[in-house]
Design a protein. Structure first.
Length: 685
């Protein structure tokens, strides 16, 4: 039969041999197992009847078992053998709240509660004192069973292990043996070499093959304040390293005292005075690097060597402009000190993008109304008149032009009067009307001038520029306008001499940003907006310039918008010219006066937004954003035509358009980035 010898059969045989009266208690307490290839579910059922326990079997439980015992087993020993048999078949037993036991595959035991029995599946936390949690987890992981798990907790420097109890005992013993601090410390003071330089060499030499520097058995830490190196590791390994350090330091003693330092980011001309002050050398004025072809590329800027009171030459620092390098002649200690100063100062400087918005809204309204009269005798001699000289349509020049018709045709005065009258009419604004006639023996004439002017402007300018941290930058977009500064008449006005000065007119932005430690930016700012308003008078050519200038210092956070300044201006002007007494008469007083009303409003605001460009990726993202904006403008103006930007980039520069890095989430210059542009068919090339 398939079930060759089940537990029930064994119990019946024992009962038949020993008799019912004497063997009853013994059968309940001890049993002998001899199961060969029995179905595991039937085995679980027989054990449940023998032990009086309730088992809940997972649907995934399947297979056969083989168990043999030469001696009778008590109920407790039978249950322990039962648990070991299930473990051998990849099963675990978990107690439930109702007192029953759940039998399930061991694959998910690490995510469940602890199991029962001396070989139960449980979780234990091992607190480490000397070794790293990640390194310990890598060492333990191969020893954990297939159903177990190992997790490292770097924050608490501990390891969490989930496995069977007997294996946890073995892992606990292993951790106790490896969690022992056998490392030592040693400090090596250098006499001639730089601690940072020697530490970098040792980290590279001690790195394992294919590993990163600093991952060897001995850790090397430079201490620049004492020019020492701290070694930590196995004493035997440190003993092998110490002769290497001493040999390198001894070789540096015989090195030359002259050293050439090539700068990567800093300007040698600006750094030279700083180093000279450090060593007490006479300071040389800072000079920027010489441009190619200036004749100074092969020169060395160096003053005479300073001499100490003992007569020993002190440190001498010179500058080689052609290679942006410094030449240092000093002792070994001074060389190390200067090398550390140069290392800290020769760093890539951050950049700042300054964006400004200048908004100016203006509204001017002018209303004029005036009446001018002229009364003359029969012979044309004037008897009385009203004339408002500040009005474009003045009556006297017009009357003079009318009277000029009585002069001879060849009289030069006639042409001058007529030309003056014509210019008066051409320069008038609004409505001009008038008339004339006779009153008895006299003549009369009048002219009415009415004008209304409304002028508004909306000026929006957005200058922007990028500069290095703490470097002044200037942008000017405008024109150079000649302004007369002097005039000399010579030889009877036949050879006049005039001097002019050209002045910048337009938008000018001068800024010097300073990045603070907290991420804010101090801006030293000067913003100027100027334009030509017109000539000063009709008879003079002098220009009147409109100018808005702002100079201030403010602190703005990175990427924020600040109001740098503004102007809210409103002016009303009422001008009344009239004949005393007659101008105030009711009803008819308007015939003897001229009224002008002017109202002007100006709203001017200047907004500033600084953005820190910290890395090349930020600069590339900014360039891609601005490039995409200008390209999109060209596509909008001429859809279906290849943008000229793409054509120039391909045919002239022979390169690719700037593209934002893949890891750039947003552009550093705003919250809205340019959308991807659709490809445009090429029209040539």
């Amino acid at each position: 039969m398939k079930r060759s010898n089940l537990i029930g059969t064994v119990m019946a045989a024992v009962l038949a041999v020993q008799g019912p009266l004497a063997a009853g208690p013994v059968w309940a307490q001890s049993q002998t197992l001899n199961v060969q290839g029995a179905d595991i579910r039937a085995f679980i059922q027989d054990v449940a009847r023998s032990t009086g326990r309730t088992f809940i079997v997972d649907p995934g439980v399947s297979g056969t078992v083989t168990v043999s015992s030469e001696r009778p087993l008590s109920r407790t020993r039978l249950f322990e053998v039962f648990l070991s048999t299930l473990r051998a078949n990849g099963l675990v037993v978990t107690p439930t709240a109702s007192g029953a036991y759940r039998i399930s595959p061991a694959q998910g035991a690490a995510q469940g509660p602890a199991t029962v029995g001396p070989e139960r599946f449980s979780t234990e936390v091992f607190q480490l004192r000397n070794i790293d949690a990640a390194a310990a987890a890598e060492t333990i992981r191969p020893l954990v069973g297939a159903q177990g798990q190992v997790l490292a907790n770097p924050g608490a420097n501990s390891v969490v292990v989930a496995d069977f109890s007997d294996n946890l005992v073995r892992i606990r013993a292993l951790i106790g043996r490896i969690d022992v601090d056998r490392t030592g410390f040693e400090v090596v003071t250098l006499q001639n070499s730089s601690a940072r330089e020697i530490a970098a060499v040792l980290q590279t030499v001690l790195a394992p093959p294919g590993g990163q520097p600093g991952t060897g058995m001995v850790s090397v830490t430079p201490v620049e304040s004492s020019n020492s190196i701290v070694l930590r590791g196995d004493p035997s390994a440190m003993a092998r390293i110490r002769p290497l350090i001493e040999d390198l330091d001894r070789r540096a003693e015989s090195a030359d005292d002259v050293r050439v330092v090539f700068l990567q980011h800093a300007d040698a001309g600006a750094l030279l005075p700083v180093l000279q002050q450090v060593v007490g050398q006479p300071v040389t004025a800072p000079v920027p690097n010489a441009a190619p072809g200036s004749g100074r590329s092969s020169a060395v800027d160096a003053p005479a060597a300073a001499v100490t009171p003992a007569g020993v030459p002190a440190a001498v620092i010179a500058r080689f402009p052609g290679a942006n390098a410094l030449v240092i002649s000093a002792s070994a200690d001074t060389q190390r000190m200067l090398a550390e100063v140069i290392r800290q100062l020769d760093q890539r400087r951050q950049q700042v993008l300054i964006e400004a918005i200048v908004v100016e809204l203006s509204d001017n309204a002018v209303r004029e109304l005036g009446v001018q009269w002229l009364l003359a005798g029969e012979d044309g001699n004037p008897v009385g008149l009203t004339n408002w000289s500040d009005r474009a349509g003045a009556l006297v020049p017009i009357a003079g032009g009318a009277a000029a018709s009585r002069l001879d045709a060849d009289d030069p005065l006639r042409e001058q009067l007529q030309e003056l009258a014509l210019n008066t009419l051409l320069g008038a604004n609004g409505f001009i009307g008038g008339g004339g006639g006779r009153i008895g023996d006299g003549l009369f004439g009048f002219i009415i001038n009415a004008a209304k002017t409304d002028a508004g402007s909306n000026l929006l300018q957005t200058p922007s520029l990028m500069t290095l941290d703490n470097e002044e930058a200037t942008i000017l977009v405008g024109q150079e306008v000649p302004i007369t500064t002097g005039e000399t008449l010579l030889d009877g006005n036949a050879n006049p001499f005039r001097t002019t000065q050209r002045q910048d007119i337009g938008v000018k932005l001068v800024v010097r940003p300073q990045i603070n430690a907290g991420g804010s930016i101090t801006l030293f700012l000067r913003q100027e907006v100027s334009s030509i308003n017109g000539v000063l008078t009709d008879s003079a050519n002098d220009l009147v310039l409109n100018k808005r200038e702002l100079e201030t210092t403010l602190v703005v956070d990175d990427g924020d918008i600040a109001v740098a300044g503004g102007l809210l201006d409103q002016n009303d002007r009422l001008s009344v010219d009239g004949v005393p007494g007659l101008a105030s008469l009711p009803y008819v007083g308007g015939l003897f006066r001229s009224t002008s009303r002017q109202r002007g409003r100006t709203n001017l605001m200047v907004f500033i937004r600084p953005t820190i460009i910290r890395s090349p990726a930020d600069a590339q993202t900014l360039a891609a954003d601005r490039w995409g904006y200008m390209r999109q403008q060209q596509l909008t103006n001429a859809p279906g035509v290849e943008p000229s930007l793409d054509e120039m980039l391909r045919d002239y520069m022979r390169t690719q358009a700037p593209v934002a890095p893949d890891d750039a989430i947003t552009a550093p210059v705003g919250e809205v980035t340019a959308a991807p542009l659709a490809p445009v068919s090429s029209s040539g090339g």
